[in-house]
Write a protein that binds this ligand. Structure first.
Ligand SMILES: O=C(O)CCC(=O)C(=O)O
Length: 271
């Protein structure tokens, strides 16, 4: 891949006050055109190439459990690929995250490509922050399709306002989380929010405790999505609440001491 041909994403874009208000009230928002079509044309091939190269899932869809059927999950591509690094550490994206969260600066927690295959299953309801040993709820995930998508391809779907409840149940992504959270969402009357279509380069942004899920991919096209998780500058590492958090501590926080700031080499400050 030719690093020199990639456009820089280190400039800032103006985001609308409505997006900031929506994010703060509902815990999610959709911002159109975060990357231009030309930028997507440049970055999509490098991200898809790296995701293919580092994908370790070789089983057929029918041989996987519910989590495995939901998507191919290829993590921290920025560590392995200099081209993808320009996207993941881009100041433009980090600045949007910081403005939505209302902070001066952010660190990266990790990235992940989430490619829902044709015929891929639903992503069960869950809260991302169940997995993270972090002492603040000022966390955010950017979710950006690299191809145009519609509802039939596994559009990300949010329970608006659900983040205000903090950690709700101790469920990892599973059939149990799907059923328990689906009941919880219905019982609490949280409005469900799902875009009908998204263009490549649009992005949704959601809080770590926002309940979300996605339907299966009923199209014959791969739902190529790239995600980046950011934490507010100053966030610290907490004791583990489950084995996933223990694993994340070693994998994404370089096992820095519990109580210390999230600022290891894997968590650069981006602005
Ligand atoms: O892409 C999906 O289907 C789920 C994404 C998700 O859960 C996330 O990015 O937090």
């Amino acid at each position: 891949m030719q690093t020199q041909t990639l456009p820089s994403l280190d400039d800032f874009i103006k985001i609308q006050p409505e997006n900031i208000d929506e994010f703060r009230k509902k815990g999610h928002t959709l911002i159109p055109g975060v990357l231009t079509p030309d930028e997507i044309d440049a970055y999509r091939p490098v991200i898809v190439h790296a995701a293919d190269l580092y994908n370790t899932e070789k089983r057929e869809l029918e041989d996987r459990d519910t989590y495995g059927k939901a998507f191919l999950q290829i993590m921290n591509l920025w560590q392995n690929d200099e081209d993808v690094k320009k996207f993941v550490l881009a100041k433009r994206l980090a600045k949007v995250a910081a403005e939505l969260m209302g902070v001066e600066n952010v660190h990266i927690y990790h990235d992940q490509a989430l490619f829902k295959e044709p015929g891929g299953g639903p992503t069960p309801w869950h809260q991302d922050q169940y997995y993270w040993p972090i002492d603040t709820n000022n966390t955010i995930t950017m979710w950006m399709p690299l191809v145009d998508i519609d509802e039939a391809m596994g559009m990300l779907t949010f329970a608006s306002g659900s983040y205000t409840k903090g950690s709700i149940f101790n469920y990892e992504i599973s059939d149990e989380s799907e059923s328990a959270f689906a009941d919880y969402v219905a019982e609490n009357g949280f409005p469900i929010s799902r875009a009908k279509t998204m263009k490549a380069g649009d992005a949704t942004w959601h809080r770590g405790f926002t309940l979300h899920h996605a339907n299966g991919n009923n199209s014959n096209k791969m739902r190529e999505v790239m995600t980046i998780i950011y934490v507010a500058d100053g966030a610290r590492i907490t004791p583990y609440k489950n084995d996933w958090q223990k694993n994340d501590h070693a994998k994404w926080l370089m096992s820095k001491p519990i109580g210390s700031e999230i600022d290891s080499e894997l968590n650069p400050k981006l602005l």
